[in-house]
Ligand binder design. Sequence first.
Ligand SMILES: Cc1cc2nc3c(=O)[nH]c(=O)nc-3n(C[C@H](O)[C@H](O)[C@H](O)COP(=O)(O)OP(=O)(O)OC[C@H]3O[C@@H](n4cnc5c(N)ncnc54)[C@H](O)[C@@H]3O)c2cc1C
Length: 392
Amino acid sequence: MSVVIIGAGQAAAQLVTSLRQGGFGGAIHMIGDEAYAPYQRPPLSKKFLSERPAPETLYFRPEALWREQGVVLDFGIPAAAIDRAARSVTLADGRAVPYETLVLATGTRARDLAVPGAQLPGVFSLRKIDDVRRLRAPLDDARRVVIVGGGYIGLEVAAVVRAEGREVTVLEAEERVMKRVTSPVISTFMQDFHRRRGVDVRLGARLAAVEGQVRVAQVRLADGAVLSADVVLMAVGARPNDDLAAAAGLATQDGVVVDEHGRTADPAISAAGDCTRFPSRRYGRALRLECVQNAIDQAKAVAAAILGKPQRYDPVPWFWSDQYELKLQMAGLSDGYGDALTVGDVTQARFSVEYRKDGRLIAVDAVNDGRAYMGGRRRIAQETDMVVQSSP
Ligand SMILES: Cc1cc2nc3c(=O)[nH]c(=O)nc-3n(C[C@H](O)[C@H](O)[C@H](O)COP(=O)(O)OP(=O)(O)OC[C@H]3O[C@@H](n4cnc5c(N)ncnc54)[C@H](O)[C@@H]3O)c2cc1C
Protein backbone atom coordinates (compact mmCIF):
# COMPACT_ATOMS: atom_id res chain seq x y z
CA MET A 1 0.00 0.00 0.00
CA SER A 2 1.23 3.54 -0.67
CA VAL A 3 0.27 6.70 1.18
CA VAL A 4 0.73 10.12 -0.37
CA ILE A 5 0.41 13.16 1.89
CA ILE A 6 -0.17 16.65 0.54
CA GLY A 7 1.19 19.17 3.03
CA ALA A 8 4.25 18.77 5.23
CA GLY A 9 3.29 20.41 8.49
CA GLN A 10 2.28 19.28 11.97
CA ALA A 11 -0.43 16.83 10.88
CA ALA A 12 1.70 15.29 8.12
CA ALA A 13 4.60 14.77 10.53
CA GLN A 14 2.34 13.07 13.06
CA LEU A 15 0.71 10.93 10.41
CA VAL A 16 4.04 9.54 9.21
CA THR A 17 5.20 8.95 12.78
CA SER A 18 1.99 7.13 13.73
CA LEU A 19 1.96 5.05 10.55
CA ARG A 20 5.54 3.85 11.06
CA GLN A 21 4.99 3.29 14.80
CA GLY A 22 1.91 1.27 13.90
CA GLY A 23 3.98 -1.00 11.67
CA PHE A 24 3.05 0.47 8.30
CA GLY A 25 5.76 -0.72 5.92
CA GLY A 26 4.38 0.70 2.66
CA ALA A 27 5.66 3.62 0.66
CA ILE A 28 5.04 7.12 2.00
CA HIS A 29 5.43 10.25 -0.11
CA MET A 30 5.23 13.68 1.53
CA ILE A 31 4.63 16.72 -0.69
CA GLY A 32 5.13 20.17 0.85
CA ASP A 33 5.11 23.56 -0.83
CA GLU A 34 7.50 25.09 1.70
CA ALA A 35 11.23 24.48 1.27
CA TYR A 36 11.53 23.08 4.79
CA ALA A 37 11.08 19.76 6.54
CA PRO A 38 7.95 19.66 8.76
CA TYR A 39 8.32 22.22 11.53
CA GLN A 40 6.54 23.66 14.56
CA ARG A 41 4.58 26.74 13.63
CA PRO A 42 3.65 28.13 17.10
CA PRO A 43 7.10 29.65 17.84
CA LEU A 44 6.87 31.80 14.69
CA SER A 45 4.91 34.48 16.54
CA LYS A 46 6.78 33.91 19.79
CA LYS A 47 10.43 32.93 20.38
CA PHE A 48 11.35 32.38 16.74
CA LEU A 49 10.41 35.99 16.03
CA SER A 50 12.23 37.39 19.06
CA GLU A 51 15.28 35.11 19.24
CA ARG A 52 15.86 34.43 15.51
CA PRO A 53 17.33 30.94 15.66
CA ALA A 54 18.03 28.92 12.51
CA PRO A 55 14.91 27.47 10.84
CA GLU A 56 16.17 23.92 11.47
CA THR A 57 15.66 24.44 15.22
CA LEU A 58 11.92 24.28 14.53
CA TYR A 59 12.08 20.94 12.69
CA PHE A 60 10.30 18.01 14.31
CA ARG A 61 13.25 15.95 13.12
CA PRO A 62 16.09 16.45 10.63
CA GLU A 63 15.20 15.90 7.00
CA ALA A 64 17.55 12.89 6.82
CA LEU A 65 15.56 11.07 9.51
CA TRP A 66 12.39 11.22 7.43
CA ARG A 67 14.29 9.65 4.55
CA GLU A 68 15.69 6.99 6.89
CA GLN A 69 12.07 6.15 7.68
CA GLY A 70 11.57 5.45 3.99
CA VAL A 71 9.64 8.64 3.28
CA VAL A 72 9.99 10.15 -0.20
CA LEU A 73 10.16 13.92 0.23
CA ASP A 74 9.14 16.59 -2.21
CA PHE A 75 9.65 19.93 -0.47
CA GLY A 76 9.32 23.33 -2.09
CA ILE A 77 6.80 22.12 -4.63
CA PRO A 78 3.01 22.45 -4.40
CA ALA A 79 0.57 19.77 -5.39
CA ALA A 80 -1.48 21.35 -8.18
CA ALA A 81 -4.31 18.87 -8.75
CA ILE A 82 -5.82 15.57 -7.68
CA ASP A 83 -7.10 13.14 -10.31
CA ARG A 84 -9.39 10.87 -8.31
CA ALA A 85 -10.25 8.59 -11.23
CA ALA A 86 -6.58 7.93 -11.96
CA ARG A 87 -5.63 8.07 -8.24
CA SER A 88 -2.84 10.45 -8.95
CA VAL A 89 -1.61 13.82 -7.68
CA THR A 90 -0.10 16.26 -10.18
CA LEU A 91 2.69 18.45 -8.87
CA ALA A 92 3.24 22.01 -10.02
CA ASP A 93 6.21 20.85 -12.12
CA GLY A 94 3.96 18.44 -14.01
CA ARG A 95 5.07 15.22 -12.35
CA ALA A 96 2.35 12.71 -11.49
CA VAL A 97 2.47 10.92 -8.13
CA PRO A 98 0.19 7.88 -7.97
CA TYR A 99 -1.48 6.95 -4.68
CA GLU A 100 -3.52 4.21 -3.14
CA THR A 101 -4.35 6.32 -0.09
CA LEU A 102 -4.16 10.11 -0.19
CA VAL A 103 -4.16 12.31 2.90
CA LEU A 104 -4.74 16.05 2.67
CA ALA A 105 -2.84 17.90 5.40
CA THR A 106 -2.71 21.29 3.74
CA GLY A 107 -3.41 23.52 6.75
CA THR A 108 -4.52 27.11 6.36
CA ARG A 109 -3.28 30.32 4.82
CA ALA A 110 -3.46 33.85 6.16
CA ARG A 111 -6.70 35.61 5.39
CA ASP A 112 -6.37 38.78 3.30
CA LEU A 113 -8.15 42.04 3.96
CA ALA A 114 -9.38 43.57 0.73
CA VAL A 115 -8.52 47.17 1.55
CA PRO A 116 -6.72 49.63 -0.73
CA GLY A 117 -2.96 49.53 -0.24
CA ALA A 118 -2.87 46.05 1.30
CA GLN A 119 -0.28 45.06 -1.32
CA LEU A 120 2.15 47.89 -0.50
CA PRO A 121 5.68 46.97 0.60
CA GLY A 122 5.81 46.97 4.38
CA VAL A 123 2.55 45.03 4.77
CA PHE A 124 3.01 41.45 6.00
CA SER A 125 1.19 38.38 7.24
CA LEU A 126 2.58 35.59 9.40
CA ARG A 127 2.09 31.86 8.84
CA LYS A 128 5.41 30.49 7.68
CA ILE A 129 9.14 30.59 8.36
CA ASP A 130 9.62 32.60 5.17
CA ASP A 131 7.04 35.15 6.36
CA VAL A 132 9.11 35.74 9.51
CA ARG A 133 12.29 36.01 7.45
CA ARG A 134 10.65 38.65 5.23
CA LEU A 135 9.23 40.52 8.21
CA ARG A 136 12.21 40.53 10.56
CA ALA A 137 14.50 43.08 8.86
CA PRO A 138 11.79 45.72 8.21
CA LEU A 139 10.66 45.19 11.78
CA ASP A 140 14.19 45.91 13.01
CA ASP A 141 14.06 49.25 11.21
CA ALA A 142 10.52 50.06 12.35
CA ARG A 143 9.59 52.47 15.09
CA ARG A 144 5.80 52.29 14.65
CA VAL A 145 4.12 48.97 14.04
CA VAL A 146 0.41 48.54 13.37
CA ILE A 147 -1.06 45.10 13.87
CA VAL A 148 -4.44 44.50 12.28
CA GLY A 149 -6.30 41.88 14.30
CA GLY A 150 -6.40 41.20 18.03
CA GLY A 151 -6.40 37.42 17.81
CA TYR A 152 -3.70 35.28 19.37
CA ILE A 153 -1.15 35.76 16.56
CA GLY A 154 -1.63 39.53 16.50
CA LEU A 155 -1.32 39.77 20.27
CA GLU A 156 1.70 37.46 20.46
CA VAL A 157 3.52 39.56 17.87
CA ALA A 158 2.44 42.73 19.70
CA ALA A 159 4.05 41.37 22.89
CA VAL A 160 7.33 40.55 21.11
CA VAL A 161 7.54 43.84 19.24
CA ARG A 162 6.55 45.94 22.26
CA ALA A 163 9.25 44.21 24.33
CA GLU A 164 11.70 45.41 21.68
CA GLY A 165 10.68 48.96 22.54
CA ARG A 166 8.70 49.75 19.39
CA GLU A 167 5.42 51.66 19.34
CA VAL A 168 2.66 49.14 18.74
CA THR A 169 -0.98 49.67 17.87
CA VAL A 170 -3.40 46.75 17.68
CA LEU A 171 -6.55 47.37 15.64
CA GLU A 172 -9.40 45.06 16.61
CA ALA A 173 -12.64 45.39 14.67
CA GLU A 174 -14.73 43.71 17.40
CA GLU A 175 -15.50 45.23 20.77
CA ARG A 176 -12.89 43.00 22.46
CA VAL A 177 -9.75 41.05 21.53
CA MET A 178 -9.77 37.27 20.98
CA LYS A 179 -13.56 37.34 20.75
CA ARG A 180 -13.72 34.25 18.53
CA VAL A 181 -11.99 32.02 21.09
CA THR A 182 -12.70 33.29 24.58
CA SER A 183 -15.02 35.09 26.99
CA PRO A 184 -15.13 38.78 27.96
CA VAL A 185 -13.26 38.03 31.22
CA ILE A 186 -10.15 36.80 29.42
CA SER A 187 -10.45 39.35 26.61
CA THR A 188 -10.64 42.22 29.07
CA PHE A 189 -7.72 40.89 31.06
CA MET A 190 -5.57 40.47 27.94
CA GLN A 191 -6.34 43.86 26.41
CA ASP A 192 -5.73 45.59 29.75
CA PHE A 193 -2.43 43.74 30.15
CA HIS A 194 -1.28 44.86 26.71
CA ARG A 195 -2.32 48.42 27.43
CA ARG A 196 -0.36 48.43 30.68
CA ARG A 197 2.67 47.35 28.67
CA GLY A 198 2.19 50.34 26.42
CA VAL A 199 0.38 48.80 23.46
CA ASP A 200 -2.29 51.04 21.96
CA VAL A 201 -5.17 48.57 21.73
CA ARG A 202 -8.03 50.07 19.70
CA LEU A 203 -11.34 48.25 19.83
CA GLY A 204 -14.09 48.57 17.24
CA ALA A 205 -11.33 49.84 14.94
CA ARG A 206 -11.79 49.00 11.27
CA LEU A 207 -8.95 49.37 8.81
CA ALA A 208 -10.09 51.26 5.70
CA ALA A 209 -6.82 51.66 3.79
CA VAL A 210 -3.07 51.30 3.92
CA GLU A 211 -1.39 54.36 2.44
CA GLY A 212 2.07 55.34 1.22
CA GLN A 213 3.91 56.39 -1.93
CA VAL A 214 6.37 53.54 -2.42
CA ARG A 215 5.81 51.69 0.82
CA VAL A 216 3.49 51.86 3.77
CA ALA A 217 3.56 55.17 5.61
CA GLN A 218 0.22 55.21 7.41
CA VAL A 219 -3.07 53.44 7.88
CA ARG A 220 -6.50 55.00 7.68
CA LEU A 221 -9.37 53.73 9.81
CA ALA A 222 -13.04 53.67 8.84
CA ASP A 223 -13.73 56.49 11.33
CA GLY A 224 -11.20 58.69 9.53
CA ALA A 225 -8.36 58.37 12.05
CA VAL A 226 -4.87 58.17 10.53
CA LEU A 227 -1.94 56.38 12.20
CA SER A 228 1.68 56.47 11.07
CA ALA A 229 3.13 53.02 10.42
CA ASP A 230 6.51 51.72 9.30
CA VAL A 231 5.28 48.13 9.25
CA VAL A 232 1.75 46.72 9.12
CA LEU A 233 1.02 43.13 10.08
CA MET A 234 -2.25 41.67 8.87
CA ALA A 235 -3.33 39.13 11.48
CA VAL A 236 -6.99 38.73 10.65
CA GLY A 237 -7.32 34.97 10.77
CA ALA A 238 -6.79 32.07 8.45
CA ARG A 239 -8.59 30.24 5.65
CA PRO A 240 -8.39 26.51 5.10
CA ASN A 241 -6.45 25.24 2.12
CA ASP A 242 -9.36 23.19 0.80
CA ASP A 243 -9.21 24.33 -2.82
CA LEU A 244 -7.51 21.18 -4.15
CA ALA A 245 -10.20 19.05 -2.51
CA ALA A 246 -12.98 21.24 -3.88
CA ALA A 247 -11.49 21.16 -7.39
CA ALA A 248 -11.39 17.36 -7.16
CA GLY A 249 -15.11 17.28 -6.36
CA LEU A 250 -14.80 16.53 -2.65
CA ALA A 251 -17.18 18.23 -0.22
CA THR A 252 -15.83 21.37 1.40
CA GLN A 253 -17.46 23.74 3.83
CA ASP A 254 -14.86 26.17 5.09
CA GLY A 255 -12.64 23.08 5.30
CA VAL A 256 -12.49 19.61 3.80
CA VAL A 257 -15.53 17.75 5.10
CA VAL A 258 -14.48 14.51 6.82
CA ASP A 259 -16.05 11.97 9.17
CA GLU A 260 -14.90 11.10 12.68
CA HIS A 261 -12.03 9.04 11.23
CA GLY A 262 -10.84 11.84 8.97
CA ARG A 263 -12.28 10.16 5.85
CA THR A 264 -13.79 12.06 2.96
CA ALA A 265 -16.59 10.54 0.88
CA ASP A 266 -13.87 9.08 -1.38
CA PRO A 267 -12.62 5.94 0.42
CA ALA A 268 -9.09 6.56 -0.90
CA ILE A 269 -8.85 10.11 0.50
CA SER A 270 -8.61 11.32 4.10
CA ALA A 271 -7.64 14.64 5.62
CA ALA A 272 -6.21 15.87 8.92
CA GLY A 273 -5.40 19.09 10.73
CA ASP A 274 -6.37 22.72 10.22
CA CYS A 275 -7.81 22.08 6.74
CA THR A 276 -10.63 19.79 7.93
CA ARG A 277 -14.16 20.17 9.20
CA PHE A 278 -15.22 17.16 11.25
CA PRO A 279 -18.28 16.16 13.28
CA SER A 280 -18.09 16.43 17.06
CA ARG A 281 -20.66 14.65 19.17
CA ARG A 282 -19.06 16.23 22.22
CA TYR A 283 -19.89 19.74 20.98
CA GLY A 284 -22.93 18.81 18.89
CA ARG A 285 -21.71 20.34 15.65
CA ALA A 286 -19.05 20.21 12.96
CA LEU A 287 -15.78 21.80 13.99
CA ARG A 288 -12.79 23.24 12.21
CA LEU A 289 -9.96 23.75 14.66
CA GLU A 290 -6.66 25.53 14.19
CA CYS A 291 -4.41 24.10 16.86
CA VAL A 292 -1.57 21.69 17.44
CA GLN A 293 -3.81 19.35 19.43
CA ASN A 294 -6.12 18.87 16.48
CA ALA A 295 -3.31 18.34 13.99
CA ILE A 296 -1.72 15.69 16.20
CA ASP A 297 -4.79 13.82 17.36
CA GLN A 298 -6.68 13.84 14.08
CA ALA A 299 -3.56 12.63 12.27
CA LYS A 300 -3.36 9.78 14.79
CA ALA A 301 -6.98 8.90 14.05
CA VAL A 302 -6.32 8.93 10.29
CA ALA A 303 -3.28 6.70 10.78
CA ALA A 304 -5.33 4.32 12.93
CA ALA A 305 -7.96 4.05 10.19
CA ILE A 306 -5.31 3.41 7.53
CA LEU A 307 -3.82 0.72 9.78
CA GLY A 308 -7.23 -0.93 10.00
CA LYS A 309 -7.79 -0.07 13.68
CA PRO A 310 -10.15 2.90 13.48
CA GLN A 311 -10.58 5.07 16.58
CA ARG A 312 -13.24 7.73 16.68
CA TYR A 313 -11.85 11.25 16.90
CA ASP A 314 -13.89 13.58 19.13
CA PRO A 315 -11.44 15.62 21.16
CA VAL A 316 -11.48 18.02 24.05
CA PRO A 317 -9.46 20.62 22.12
CA TRP A 318 -6.62 22.43 23.85
CA PHE A 319 -4.57 25.43 22.95
CA TRP A 320 -2.02 27.80 24.40
CA SER A 321 -0.72 31.29 23.75
CA ASP A 322 2.38 33.00 25.19
CA GLN A 323 2.28 36.79 25.58
CA TYR A 324 4.89 38.54 27.74
CA GLU A 325 5.18 36.45 30.90
CA LEU A 326 1.60 35.23 30.48
CA LYS A 327 0.84 31.65 29.57
CA LEU A 328 -2.75 31.38 28.46
CA GLN A 329 -3.96 27.78 28.27
CA MET A 330 -7.37 26.86 27.00
CA ALA A 331 -9.17 23.53 27.15
CA GLY A 332 -12.51 22.77 25.54
CA LEU A 333 -14.62 25.23 23.57
CA SER A 334 -16.36 27.94 25.54
CA ASP A 335 -18.71 29.41 22.92
CA GLY A 336 -22.35 29.03 23.86
CA TYR A 337 -21.57 28.70 27.59
CA GLY A 338 -24.23 29.48 30.19
CA ASP A 339 -22.17 30.34 33.28
CA ALA A 340 -18.61 31.53 33.69
CA LEU A 341 -16.85 31.25 37.04
CA THR A 342 -13.56 33.01 37.70
CA VAL A 343 -11.26 31.16 40.11
CA GLY A 344 -8.04 32.64 41.51
CA ASP A 345 -6.56 36.11 41.49
CA VAL A 346 -7.02 38.17 38.33
CA THR A 347 -4.97 41.04 39.79
CA GLN A 348 -1.99 38.71 40.27
CA ALA A 349 -2.36 37.36 36.71
CA ARG A 350 -2.93 33.83 38.01
CA PHE A 351 -6.48 32.63 37.56
CA SER A 352 -8.81 30.51 35.50
CA VAL A 353 -12.31 30.79 34.11
CA GLU A 354 -14.58 27.75 34.10
CA TYR A 355 -17.40 27.64 31.58
CA ARG A 356 -20.51 25.54 32.10
CA LYS A 357 -23.41 24.67 29.87
CA ASP A 358 -26.43 22.77 31.17
CA GLY A 359 -24.47 22.14 34.37
CA ARG A 360 -21.53 20.51 32.58
CA LEU A 361 -18.01 21.93 32.41
CA ILE A 362 -17.36 22.57 28.71
CA ALA A 363 -14.21 24.71 28.81
CA VAL A 364 -11.51 26.20 31.01
CA ASP A 365 -9.22 29.13 30.19
CA ALA A 366 -6.27 29.50 32.54
CA VAL A 367 -3.75 32.32 32.89
CA ASN A 368 -0.45 31.23 34.49
CA ASP A 369 -2.25 28.39 36.20
CA GLY A 370 -1.18 25.05 34.77
CA ARG A 371 -2.90 23.07 37.49
CA ALA A 372 -6.28 24.63 36.83
CA TYR A 373 -5.80 23.96 33.14
CA MET A 374 -4.77 20.31 33.53
CA GLY A 375 -7.50 19.62 36.08
CA GLY A 376 -10.00 21.39 33.85
CA ARG A 377 -9.03 19.30 30.83
CA ARG A 378 -9.65 16.12 32.78
CA ARG A 379 -12.99 17.28 34.13
CA ILE A 380 -14.21 18.53 30.77
CA ALA A 381 -13.42 15.14 29.25
CA GLN A 382 -15.34 13.36 32.02
CA GLU A 383 -18.34 15.66 31.99
CA THR A 384 -18.71 15.94 28.22
CA ASP A 385 -18.02 12.22 27.64
CA MET A 386 -21.59 11.65 28.83
CA VAL A 387 -22.77 13.60 25.81
CA VAL A 388 -20.51 11.64 23.48
CA GLN A 389 -21.70 8.30 24.82
CA SER A 390 -25.38 9.12 24.78
CA SER A 391 -25.39 10.30 21.15
CA PRO A 392 -26.06 7.80 18.35
C1 LIG B 1 2.14 32.04 13.91
C2 LIG B 1 1.36 30.86 14.43
C3 LIG B 1 1.31 30.60 15.79
C4 LIG B 1 0.59 29.52 16.27
N1 LIG B 1 0.56 29.29 17.62
C5 LIG B 1 -0.12 28.22 18.09
C6 LIG B 1 -0.14 27.92 19.48
O1 LIG B 1 0.44 28.66 20.29
N2 LIG B 1 -0.80 26.81 19.90
C7 LIG B 1 -1.44 25.98 19.03
O2 LIG B 1 -2.06 24.98 19.45
N3 LIG B 1 -1.46 26.24 17.70
C8 LIG B 1 -0.79 27.34 17.23
N4 LIG B 1 -0.80 27.59 15.88
C9 LIG B 1 -1.57 26.71 14.99
C10 LIG B 1 -0.80 25.47 14.62
O3 LIG B 1 0.49 25.80 14.19
C11 LIG B 1 -1.57 24.75 13.51
O4 LIG B 1 -2.82 24.38 14.06
C12 LIG B 1 -0.86 23.52 13.00
O5 LIG B 1 0.37 23.86 12.42
C13 LIG B 1 -1.74 22.82 11.97
O6 LIG B 1 -1.07 21.75 11.39
P1 LIG B 1 -1.44 21.30 9.90
O7 LIG B 1 -0.51 20.18 9.58
O8 LIG B 1 -2.88 21.10 9.78
O9 LIG B 1 -1.10 22.55 9.00
P2 LIG B 1 0.29 23.28 8.80
O10 LIG B 1 1.24 23.05 9.93
O11 LIG B 1 -0.06 24.68 8.45
O12 LIG B 1 0.91 22.56 7.53
C14 LIG B 1 0.29 22.55 6.27
C15 LIG B 1 1.36 22.58 5.20
O13 LIG B 1 0.77 22.23 3.95
C16 LIG B 1 1.31 23.10 2.97
N5 LIG B 1 0.44 23.09 1.77
C17 LIG B 1 -0.75 23.71 1.59
N6 LIG B 1 -1.22 23.48 0.34
C18 LIG B 1 -0.31 22.69 -0.27
C19 LIG B 1 -0.22 22.12 -1.56
N7 LIG B 1 -1.19 22.29 -2.49
N8 LIG B 1 0.86 21.37 -1.88
C20 LIG B 1 1.84 21.17 -0.96
N9 LIG B 1 1.81 21.69 0.29
C21 LIG B 1 0.75 22.44 0.63
C22 LIG B 1 1.37 24.42 3.71
O14 LIG B 1 2.18 25.37 3.06
C23 LIG B 1 1.97 23.96 5.02
O15 LIG B 1 3.36 23.86 4.93
C24 LIG B 1 -0.08 28.67 15.37
C25 LIG B 1 -0.04 28.93 13.98
C26 LIG B 1 0.68 30.02 13.52
C27 LIG B 1 0.73 30.29 12.04
